[in-house]
Write a protein that binds this ligand. Structure first.
Ligand code: NAD
Length: 256
């Protein structure tokens, strides 16, 4: 019997089969979880996600733009209606307008800053609030971040500032949700080639540098992020909340 047998989870952030959220979902399915999904509204993303999900036939697959409160309300009502509760959430969502992401941080405009912060950081707050309302017996939430939220990583720019806000949101949310037995943690992932990472200038150099400098001498694989997510979503990590766990082959502990 799988470790997630009888558990109901929600996954936000599957765009295609390279998405980190997809690697996590595949492992959750293998461990027996019942999963609900959201995807970005629009015919092409709907087609891609529904194709991926076909073998698993999930009951809830809802288009959601995390900038829209009404979309989030619809998603969580569907989950509540179908299952009556939620045990865990995977939040794997981020976006910044490509033009703003490529600029030096000094040059970022107000509209781009707000949009990136809204999708990449505030969405965790909104999602956590909705999720907590249908987690009567407690639960677990996991999100994805990157080292560029702690240190300056040239090229990561605006998204680094969003990740700093996301990581500190994890800590404040852990405080707000802890007495309700809801844990929330972040995985700080080493660079993995995905749709989103294609928008980061110098991404291949980042991967090459990380592989060379990390303790393990290589880059992390999506399946290693997935197994860490399952740890953080399961009772194996029952004493851990508000944590940012680096899954980066030891890159972040090296000073030079
Ligand atoms: P991805 O492109 O597969 O996933 C990003 C997801 O965000 C997509 O599913 C996209 O549809 C969703 N999204 C964007 N705007 C949205 C909106 N307005 N409403 C709803 N959903 C929206 O790429 P990924 O690399 O798997 O990214 C997942 C998470 O992992 C992100 O938070 C990313 O910053 C983080 N991360 C990625 C890496 C990496 O190297 N790939 C490293 C560290 C952290």
């Amino acid at each position: 019997m799988g470790r997630f047998e009888g558990k109901i989870g929600l996954v936000l952030g599957v765009a295609n089969d390279r998405s980190i959220a997809w690697a996590i979902s595949e492992l959750l399915f293998a461990e027996g979880a019942e999963l609900a999904f959201s995807h970005l509204p629009g015919p092409s993303s709907e087609r891609r996600v529904k194709q991926l999900l076909e073998p698993y036939n999930p009951k809830v697959v809802v288009p959601v733009d995390v900038q829209k409160d009404e979309d989030l309300e619809r998603l969580f009502s569907r989950v509540h209606e179908e299952y009556g509760r939620l045990d865990f959430v995977v939040h794997s969502v981020a976006f910044a307008p490509p033009t703003e992401l490529r600029k030096p941080y000094l040059e970022v405009n107000r509209a781009g800053w707000h949009l990136a912060m809204d999708i990449s950081a505030y969405s965790l707050v909104a999602v956590s609030r909705h999720a907590a309302a249908i987690m009567p017996a407690g639960g677990a939430i996991v999100t994805l971040t990157y080292y560029g939220g702690e240190k300056v990583v040239p090229g990561y720019n605006l998204m680094g500032v969003c990740k700093a806000a996301l990581e500190h949101s994890v800590r404040y949310l852990a405080w707000d949700l802890g007495r309700r037995n809801i844990r929330i943690n972040a995985i700080s992932a080493g660079p993995v080639r995905t749709l989103s990472s294609a928008g980061i200038s110098g991404f291949d150099e980042m991967r090459e540098h990380t592989a060379r400098k990390s303790c393990l001498g290589r880059n992390v694989e999506a399946k290693e992020l997935a197994s860490t997510a399952l740890f953080l979503l399961s009772d194996l990590s029952s004493g851990i909340t508000g944590e940012v766990l680096h899954v980066d082959c030891g890159f972040s502990i090296v000073g030079l």
